[in-house]
Write a protein that binds this ligand. Structure first.
Ligand code: SF4
Length: 500
């Protein structure tokens, strides 16, 4: 996954090539973009090609199985390019960043001598110093996996709005204090930290002034947000959303990823009161069994989760939910798995991420006895997947013939086609003449959904004239590259689950 090229002012012209490979979640995509912002004043411009880059950064993720092995194999592929560049008299600096770097920094340094810099998610604002240190001499290595006392965000340059983007991510919270027994985030991202509300609002206003219409607030545990408010009080996520909703020109607000335990009364009320807060919520539950939830240290029961969902749906009846599930957690019995299926059946999801449990070194669950046999995990995963897929298909099919507001985001792959998003993050394809795209991108228009393919919807504008009179391509052609995402929010925004 590549960070997008920015268009904001850069104080120095591009003289060096920067290649960043981003693994994993949207928080990492955000971090990669910010790294590019930090490096732009040093003359680094983003390149699509690692082969002759001056600086390669692998921004890693520890959520997936065998995450470290994937990093080592990418490092192996880079080595000959680094050598060739050196033979030509140049230098390719190779850096490993992100959660694998944080967790396994020393080992990376020992196993991969081609690596010049290893740094964690909390220190990339120090990139200029790290580069200058490593440039002093070939062989000078930098390992920076501190949790520094200074606030990273205070040392980052202003985020540059990416050309033509009408949606943006904004990190408001990082880290986690929950310590679920299967998760590395508390160890790699550190303790919970919330950015001050005034800073978030200022950044949001700037994004909107630059053309952004939809902001997704990011955090590993985003609804644990408790930032200092401009009124001297601590603000929760509900209060923050209310203030964001007052920004003229901002059409949509989303947030991800939430923990059920941190869904408070004010946030539930906010879902009922704020029209700009989209009726689409990712609320991971992981399991429907109280026994497994306790073993996971999730700090809530299945009944409490159901109660939260009931309250959210009372506040916002059109709310659609997505979730994360882990099957085959150590000790999971047939009955525990049946409880999960029952919960899924009762709640009804619009999409989900689902995984077989896999050990994460250093987490409590990794050393638990009663690891579930892989064949059992696979069978359970397949059963759960069928149920969740059928729910998602039903949810998408229920959109047909409905009128939905669609935020128009960008041209489609085909001529005279625009792609937007429904409130539920489904890609929506419209036949709109190219000549009208510039005027329409960034607007929200009511559309009648006429059909679907995979996970993509297609639609026609409700009001005459929005499509333009020369629209002749009404063949419901959907760009298949934009369909097939298991969940709408993992579609072409490249999002994987963050955490919580
Ligand atoms: S799964 Fe989420 S809530 Fe649990 S420890 Fe990881 S980041 Fe924290």
């Amino acid at each position: 996954m590549k960070p997008r090229a920015g268009t904001g002012s850069v104080t120095k012209s591009v003289t060096k090539k920067l290649y960043i490979k981003t693994y994993g979640c949207q928080m990492n995509v955000y971090d990669s973009e910010r790294m590019a912002d930090v490096l732009a004043p040093l003359g680094y411009g983003l390149s699509d090609n690692p082969d002759d880059a001056d600086l390669v950064i692998l921004n890693t993720c520890h959520i997936r199985e065998k995450a470290a092995e994937k990093v080592y194999s990418d490092l192996g592929r880079l080595k000959p390019h680094q050598q060739r560049k050196a033979e030509d008299g140049g230098r390719m600096i190779i850096a490993v960043a992100g959660c694998v770097a944080q967790a396994e920094g020393d080992e990376i340094m020992a196993r991969a001598p081609q690596v010049d810099m290893v740094f964690g998610p909390q220190t990339y604002h120090r990139l200029p110093e790290m580069i200058s240190k490593t440039k002093r001499a070939v062989g000078e290595k930098v390992l920076d996996t501190d949790f520094p006392p200074e606030d990273k965000f205070d040392h980052l340059p202003e985020e540059r709005v990416r050309k033509g983007e009408v949606t943006a991510f904004l990190t408001i919270q990082e880290g986690c204090d929950k310590f679920c027994t299967f998760c590395v985030v508390p160890y790699t991202r550190g303790a919970e930290y919330s950015r001050p509300a005034a800073t978030v609002l200022q950044e949001a206003k700037r994004l909107v002034a630059d053309g952004v219409r939809e902001i997704t607030l990011l955090g590993q545990n985003v609804n644990a947000y408790h930032g200092d408010g401009p009124d001297g009080r601590e603000w929760g996520l509900g209060r923050l959303c209310r203030a964001l909703a007052e920004i003229d020109g901002l059409a949509r607000i989303r947030y991800t990823t939430s923990h059920p335990r941190d869904v408070d009364d004010d946030l539930i009320a906010a879902h009922g009161e704020i029209e700009k807060l989209m009726p689409y919520l990712h609320l991971p539950v992981q399991s429907g069994s109280d026994r497994i939830l306790e073993a996971m240290n999730r700090k809530h029961t299945a009944a409490e989760y159901r109660h939260i969902v009931d309250r959210l749906r009372s506040a916002r009846p059109d709310l659609a939910l997505t979730s994360d599930f882990i099957v085959g957690y150590p000790g999971e019995s047939d009955q525990d798995f049946a409880d999960t299926l029952k919960l899924v059946t009762d709640i009804g999801y619009a999409g989900a991420f689902f995984f077989k449990y896999s050990e994460r070194p250093g987490t409590p669950a990794a050393s638990m006895r009663e690891q579930v046999d892989d064949a059992v995990k696979s069978e359970r995963l397949s059963t759960l997947q069928q149920l969740l897929d059928s729910q998602q298909e039903g949810f998408n099919a229920s959109m047909v013939n409905r009128t939905l507001p669609v935020l128009l985001e960008k041209p489609g792959r085909h001529a005279d086609q625009l792609v937007g998003r429904s409130p539920y993050l489904q890609p929506v394809h419209l036949d709109i003449p190219d000549s009208r795209h510039a005027a329409m991108i960034g607007t929200v228009i009511d559309c009648t959904i006429t059909g679907l393919t995979g996970h993509s919807l297609f639609a026609v504008p409700v009001r005459d004239g929005q499509a333009g009179s020369d629209s002749t391509n009404s063949s419901n052609t959907v760009d298949s590259s934009n369909s097939g995402s298991p969940t709408p929010d993992s579609a072409d925004r490249g999002q994987e689950r963050i955490s919580a």
